[in-house]
Design a protein around this ligand. Structure first.
Ligand code: M6R
Length: 617
């Protein structure tokens, strides 16, 4: 949460900062601000509550003197409401020092009291201003040495933070630090960048450095120096950003979400690429881990939100193909209940951003307790993969809309690849079964495209008709259950409609009381070809709700005639093997949520109260 960008070089920094912030706005959008050391050597700052466009308009009306050193911030409020005053940057040292921050400084109250007793006066309610005032005090105590002062400051802070600072006495220098919060360096020619992620600078350079935990970086136009919190020099890992700036642009699409839903086939295809071999699966990144996979007796999947639903789908595949018991846990619940972990437990984390604080903390907790950790992640150089023993990247490309869509199908794909890889290594998968699953996987991108081509307009039309709906229920069984949960989450997240997902079999144990005449219920119907028994059970559930007046919208395989008499609407998906239906059934649900939010005139990319990357616990 919160997007951060820093620049030093020879070009005017304001446009660079503003376009970096535009690419990071998905991280938070309740206020934004920039600070620049102008040509005249003085520090100028502008910040405004509201989306980045408010700041942009303000700067267009009353320009800020430009200069070649600057920092910028887009905020998701934690301490203090989303006001001009609480927006970042925060200034100290009579307006000569500017600080921006992502994260939470947990000991801010104690530090604030200490600084106030020293005479400091605060202008905001934020924890960030405490860091700014502390840095100003340390700056003078350290002979105006910004880097030394910064080191002294971060060593006093508890919690999670990425901090950037600059001082007008030091044009051409931006210092940054990170603890449990992201920060990457972009390397240019005679210019350097800092960002919460590579999107901040990918239009200028694809050459990047990932900074480790508890490290400080100082960038100047010609150099980058990384040290630890004690001042020791640190070697940092370079990497090449694999996607270009256009991948994170809206292109001609009305929203990032629309673009990203359209990219679901590519997200699956790109995640499969290089991992399928002659009717079997071999993930090159997992070479050398066969012993580990043979030795495990349990897998625990940890994730949050949509990623956790992907985990719930993956559980079926991991258990069926790799024959390992799997528990799926919400990361924020996992580490607060003293879970049983040992060296025979493999903890698989799933995260699009790789920065979700709850998931990161759960991974660290699991490692400390002796479990092996494997990260399924979509973002290169992110913190969670760096903290894990093994990584399987999804290759969905940058996902900008807050609602996760293409990353979800890529996560399920990666979990299926993992299940097939581990099953092969453990010898639990006959060759013909492997070959069959590989063929199913290869067919998924084409089948998703089929849905987009054939059903998108119809689903969108349905969403328009239902724009006044106040509540929608989703039902599924087996792998359809997590898809029901995902359908409901997507709808509440972007259209602000009450929505709930239930296991269809659970209905009669309580939720059926919610059914009243006209209540819309989406039902994900399993394949009659591959799962006749499950199919018939779900058809019975449909009859139960119809008998009570529900309006039934089914997501069913093309050709499933048995369901037609009981459905008010049928959304078709192509025939697919039993475990592959989730990758298809979710697509109309994503389209529906997007269509309904659009029909209500809402911002589908930036829903209220949310941020893409949840970097606070
Ligand atoms: O970046 P992550 O995959 O770790 O994010 C996890 C959740 O915050 C995320 O999936 C969230 O639920 C989405 N906004 C749902 O669309």
């Amino acid at each position: 949460m919160c997007g951060i960008v820093g620049y030093v070089g020879s070009r005017p920094s304001q446009n660079i900062l503003m376009s970096g912030l535009a690419r990071l706005e998905y991280r938070g959008y309740d206020s934004a601000g920039i600070a620049v050391i102008g040509e005249d050597g003085t520090l100028g700052m502008r910040k405004r509550a509201g989306k980045l466009s408010v700041l942009r308009d303000d700067l267009a009306r009353t320009p800020l003197p430009d200069g070649t050193t600057g920092i910028g911030h887009t905020r998701w409020a934690t301490h203090g409401g989303p006001t001009d005053r609480n927006a970042h940057p925060h200034l100290a040292d009579d307006g000569k020092l500017a600080v921006i921050h992502n994260g939470i400084i947990e000991n801010f109250a104690e530090l604030k009291a200490e600084l106030e007793s020293d005479g400091a006066v605060f202008a905001s309610e934020t924890d960030t201003e405490v860091a700014a005032q502390l840095l100003a005090r340390e700056y003078h105590r350290n002979g105006d040495d910004l880097e030394a002062a910064f080191r002294a400051t971060v060593n006093r802070l508890d919690g999670a933070f990425t901090l950037l600072a600059m001082h007008e006495d030091h044009p051409g220098l931006v210092v940054g630090a990170r603890r449990n919060s992201p920060l990457v360096i972009g390397l240019g020619e005679g210019e350097n960048f800092l960002g919460s992620d590579v999107a901040a600078f990918v239009e200028h350079t694809r050459s990047a450095l990932a900074i480790g935990q508890d490290q400080i970086v100082a960038i100047t136009p010609d150099g980058v120096r990384v040290t630890d919190f004690d001042g020791g020099e640190v070697e940092v890992e370079p990497f090449e950003v694999t996607w270009d700036a256009a991948a994170a642009e809206k292109g001609g699409w009305p929203s990032f979400m629309a673009k990203e839903v359209s990219e679901e086939p590519d997200a699956v295809a790109n995640t499969l690429r290089g991992r399928l071999r002659e009717n079997t699966v071999a993930i090159p990144e997992l070479d050398g881990l066969d012993e580990l996979f043979r030795g495990i007796h349990r897998i625990v999947v940890i994730a949050c939100g949509t990623a956790a639903y992907a985990g719930q789908v993956g559980k079926y595949a991991l258990e069926q193909w790799a024959r390992v018991p799997v528990d799926v846990e919400l990361a924020h619940e996992f580490r607060y209940r003293d879970p049983v972990l040992d060296a025979g437990t493999l903890v698989v984390s799933i995260s699009q951003s790789g920065e979700t604080m709850d998931t990161l903390m759960a991974v660290k907790y699991a490692r400390e307790r002796g479990a092996k950790t494997l990260s399924i992640c979509n973002t290169q150089g992110a913190t969670i993969p760096r903290e894990s023993d093994a990584i399987v990247y999804t290759h969905a490309g940058p996902e900008v809309a807050v609602a996760s869509t293409k990353a979800f199908v890529a996560q399920i794909t990666a979990l299926y690849l993992l299940a097939l890889h581990v099953g092969r290594v453990r010898g639990t998968l006959p060759a013909d079964v492997q070959a069959q699953q590989v063929a199913e996987l290869e067919a998924v991108p084409g089948k998703i495209s089929w849905i987009l081509e054939r059903e998108q307009e119809r689903v969108t039309q349905l969403a328009r008709w239902m724009a006044d709906t106040r509540s929608v229920l989703f039902l599924g069984r087996h792998v359809g259950f997590p898809i029901a949960l995902e359908g409901a989450l997507k709808l509440k997240e972007i259209s602000y409609i009450h929505a709930e997902g239930f296991a269809a079999g659970e209905l009669k144990h309580g939720p059926i009381a919610l059914i009243e005449p006209g209540q819309p219920v989406f039902v994900i119907v399993p394949s009659p070809v591959f799962s006749a028994q499950l199919h018939d059970k779900v058809v019975s559930n449909i009859q139960e709700i119809r008998a009570r007046g529900a309006r039934v919208i089914v997501v069913a395989e093309e050709g499933d005639a048995a369901v037609l008499p009981f459905a008010d609407e049928v959304l078709h998906i192509p025939l697919a093997g039993p475990l592959f239906e989730p990758l298809l059934a979710v697509v109309p649900l994503h389209i529906f949520a997007m269509g309904l939010a659009t029909a209500k005139g809402l911002d589908v990319d930036q829903p209220r109260n949310l941020a893409k990357s949840v970097t606070v616990e």
